[in-house]
Write a protein that binds this ligand. Structure first.
Ligand code: EPU
Length: 337
């Protein structure tokens, strides 16, 4: 374990922003991570996982700790179920593929989500009708104060839409070191209701899908809509889909009768922010070094050398415009640093 200085963070954030870490260390064991917490000259640290949900608007003065603690193990199993534990530094998609290779079901709809296992509970990642919380069993997290490991079960995490305790009470107080999942070994429950999955499976000619087929369909849909960070910097959905009251939705419908929504509860609906952004004329907008993706308006992209600060200002312009046109506030999903 070696502390480095003035390290370019461009390779460590999927937005591809060229910010600098004044101090930087990569850790690959829990012991090293605990040792880093004991370094008195660095009282403040910033934990970096896959860097897939951050927008760097400035250089970082704190010690940046790259969590590379890897390893996957089966904790327990019965005839039908298995509990699999993955350490925080495992790449999310590689872990999903590992599970599919063992024929463990539950994560297939979450294929190809960028980032690492350790950050997946923070925002309760979700896609195509499944959220992390549906398969999450528990996670272990290092308490920064006591430097002891604590276990959080599903209820402890207070999961919500792109939300958890790690964005609120527990924010900045823990480092997630591993996540355990409850997966199926037989009689897998398939989630193919999300419109695009059904039609993708049809076009793949699959009538009796396996979990591997569902994963393939999800990968195809994501590849067709979402830019690969390797080709074009981005952090997936930049904004959350706003949840509004049915009353507010009726007001929206009066002006825009075609406005789509998903029911959340008897008196709330979720409006796709991508629709709002597209309707406001931003889809495919090219601002030079940055812009809005041409196939999915919810994704802001870095065409090459954008500054994080410029993307942030652009996101504020989008927010203000949406508020003015629709009277709806859209919140960023990405962490702005
Ligand atoms: N839409 C548009 N224009 C667009 C994009 C979307 O009109 O440019 C409307 C359409 O009505 C479309 C609807 O939005 O039917 C839904 O679009 P999509 O299926 O692409 O999903 P989303 O709501 O835009 C969410 C997640 C994605 C996830 C997809 C699929 C959030 C913030 N985003 O997007 O997650 O992949 O559903 O489940 O909830 C991410 O979090 O980084 C992410 C990519």
């Amino acid at each position: 374990m070696q502390i480095q200085h003035n390290i370019a963070l461009k390779p460590y954030n999927t937005f591809g922003i060229d910010a600098v870490a004044k101090h930087f260390v990569a850790v690959s064991t829990l012991e090293d991570l605990v040792a880093v917490l004991h370094l008195e000259q660095y009282p403040e640290i910033f934990i970096l996982g896959g860097g897939s949900n951050i927008l760097l608007t400035k250089d970082l003065d704190t010690l940046v700790v790259l969590n590379q603690i890897k390893g996957i193990e089966i904790v327990s199993e019965s005839d039908n179920e298995v509990i699999v534990k993955a350490n925080a530094g495992e790449n999310w998609h590689n872990f999903v593929l590992w599970c599919l290779d063992q024929d463990f079901g539950g994560l297939e709809n979450l294929s190809l989500i960028p980032g690492n296992v350790g950050t997946s509970p923070i925002q309760n990642i979700g896609a195509y009708g499944v959220e992390l919380k549906d398969v999450f069993y528990s996670c272990e997290a290092l308490n920064l104060q006591t430097k002891k490991i604590e276990t959080f079960n599903n209820a402890d995490c207070k999961f919500g839409y792109r939300n958890s305790i790690f964005k609120h009470e527990a924010k900045g107080k823990y480092i997630i070191t591993s996540v355990s999942f409850r997966l199926s070994k037989t009689n897998h429950t398939l989630h193919t209701n999300y419109g695009a999955i059904t039609s993708e499976l049809e076009s793949l000619g699959v009538s009796n899908p396996t979990i591997q087929d569902v994963s393939k369909a999800v990968i195809n849909i994501r590849n067709s809509k979402l830019p690969n960070p390797k080709d074009m910097g981005n952090s997936g959905s930049f904004f959350k889909n706003p949840v509004i009251s049915t009353q507010e939705y009726n007001a929206l419908l009066a002006q825009f009768p075609e406005a789509p929504c998903y029911k959340v509860s008897d008196n709330e609906v979720k409006v796709p922010a991508g629709w709002l952004i597209e309707k406001a004329g931003f889809k495919g907008k090219n601002m030079g070094q940055y812009g809005v993706h041409k196939n999915q308006a919810l994704v802001l992209v870095n065409y090459g050398n954008a500054k994080g600060e410029d993307i942030f200002k652009f996101s504020q312009l989008i927010q203000k415009t949406i508020l003015r046109i629709f009277n709806i506030h859209i919140e960023s999903e990405v962490n702005i640093l």
